[in-house]
Design a protein around this ligand. Sequence first.
Ligand SMILES: [Fe+2]
Length: 186
Amino acid sequence: MTIKEIYEKIIEHQIEGVMFHEQTSKMLDFLGFKGLKMWQEYRYFSESAEMKSINRYVINHHSMMVREGEPKDPELIPTSWYGYKREEVDNRTKQSALKDLFSRLKAWETETKTLYCDMYKEACDGNYIADAVKIRELICGVDKELEHIDKRHLEYKTVDFDLSYIMEQQWYLKDKYKKKQKELFC
Ligand SMILES: [Fe+2]
């Protein structure tokens, strides 16, 4: 693969990732999970900045721009949901939506990690060592994100996705990610 093809693959996936987190945060907001919404909103802003950093790096270190490829809409939110109001969603639906969302999150970030690792290997094979170091930062980021998702998923599975337990965390999580969002824009 050329270095341009490597970055095109990364940028295309990052656009899909940003769309993914935009949709998870919208869905969590609609379902009333304010803290989890802030967590996913934080991922949205943080990964937008990550994508910006990659684009900037390519321009400044290779004097070229990369195309966005053909990103696909993750279509996380079922179309029928757009016809409902918040108050019409019952607790059983909220619970199963949350379970599904965690599985989708895990699958998405696992795919992201695999892609970044493949691109790292391609960069090393092509002797683009400085680029490989840049891609390595992405691998470390997604690895942490996956660890976080796994921990929270296990925690919720342990309490059988009990809504009173999950709701009690929302104010704490909201504050935590509000602060992290502020740090991001400093
Ligand atoms: Fe992510």
